[in-house]
Write a protein that binds this ligand. Structure first.
Ligand code: NAP
Length: 304
């Protein structure tokens, strides 16, 4: 049985000229467990030492429904202030555009202040990849495009991306930008494969966007299934993983990475051993038969 190509260890972020590891690490959950600066520093070192240098955060990470907006960035900023040499070892990605409790605001005035606040909390002069977290349907895309262009021109941002945008929203925003979007960040995992069939990954390929997959383990449900669908997908993925002699989480990451869109899974674990183990996904290949077995279980219906 022929093997699909091994993914490269490094990926280009769109046409921005920025290169990053083919696996990212996310900081959404860093404020969950009463983490201190040294705990986060340890995980940042773990990721970097494992060759994972694309680090993803957002201004809203830490927000618990009433408080905590900016806390994950602020904690990360403390790590960077304590050890400034870390900054040059990473591709720093953050996001803005959700203003709680009013859900979304991407007006020019708000985005200017959100970017300035992120830079200040992180204590950096530049965010390598700045992503619009979720679309604000009340902001005209021209207004958002102007903000993004100026953010790049000012040097405060290296490359721009979007997250959770529909195909049409990406198409429209792209048509108004001179600086191409570098990335898109939808939820993709063996528990959510719609982007592979609804045109999202095809659009990313067509526009030259690098796709970053959030919740690549379905937020942990691939390891602790909650529904019947979760259980079926976890079982099939587990069977293939066992035959390959790898962990189910590593199987999920490498399964995503085998897709031709060049998907970068964002590892969400806050456990050092699991972060290190995630990097082994770079060495895993899939046969078409194995890949489609997981895909068929994931979509819940046989392929025609
Ligand atoms: P995930 O990898 O799907 O889930 C991580 C969760 O799975 C953690 O709670 C982890 O717990 C748990 N887990 C259990 N067993 C595990 C194992 N064997 N290996 C690894 N993890 C295991 O990812 P996620 O945290 O939901 O999301 C990843 C990143 O995506 C976030 O950090 C963020 O950067 C990004 N994100 C973006 C959006 C967006 O709207 N753009 C939304 C959500 C997330 P332990 O920590 O104990 O390992």
């Amino acid at each position: 049985m022929s093997e699909l190509p091994l993914p490269p260890a490094r990926r280009q972020l769109g046409t921005s000229g920025i290169e990053a590891s083919a696996i990212a690490w996310g900081m959404w959950r860093t404020t969950d467990g009463g983490f201190g600066t040294s705990d986060l520093a340890k995980l940042v070192h773990t990721a970097l030492d494992a060759g994972i240098d694309l680090l993803d955060t957002a201004d809203i990470y830490g927000f618990d429904g009433s408080d905590g907006f900016g806390d994950a960035e602020a904690l990360f900023g403390e790590v960077l202030r304590a050890e400034p040499a870390l900054r040059s070892r990473m591709v720093l990605a953050s996001k803005g555009g959700i203003m709680p409790p009013l859900p979304y605001d991407q007006s020019r005035a708000y985005m200017d202040s959100a970017l300035a606040a992120s830079l200040s909390r992180l204590g950096v002069e530049r965010i390598d990849l700045y992503q619009i977290h979720r679309p604000d349907i009340l902001t005209h895309p021209q207004e958002l495009a102007s903000f993004l262009e100026d953010a790049v021109k000012s040097g405060k941002v290296g490359a721009i991306g979007v997250s959770n945008f529909t195909i049409h929203q990406i198409e429209t925003l792209s048509s108004l930008l001179d600086t191409p979007l570098a990335t898109t960040q939808p939820e993709i995992s063996p528990l959510r494969v719609e982007p592979m069939e609804n045109g999202e990954t095809d659009q990313a390929i067509r526009l030259g966007l690098t796709t970053m997959a959030w919740s690549p383990l379905g937020g942990g449900r691939l390891m602790r299934p909650e529904s019947e669908h979760d259980r079926i997908v976890a079982r099939v993925l587990g069977e293939v993983a066992e035959a390959k002699g790898i962990d189910r989480a590593v199987a999920a990451y490498s399964w995503l990475m085998a897709h031709p869109a060049g998907i970068i899974p964002i590892v969400g674990s806050q456990n050092a051993e699991r972060i290190t183990e995630a990097a082994s996904a770079l060495t895993v290949t899939w046969t078409r038969e194995e890949w489609y077995r997981v895909f068929t279980a994931a979509r819940g219906a046989p392929l025609p």
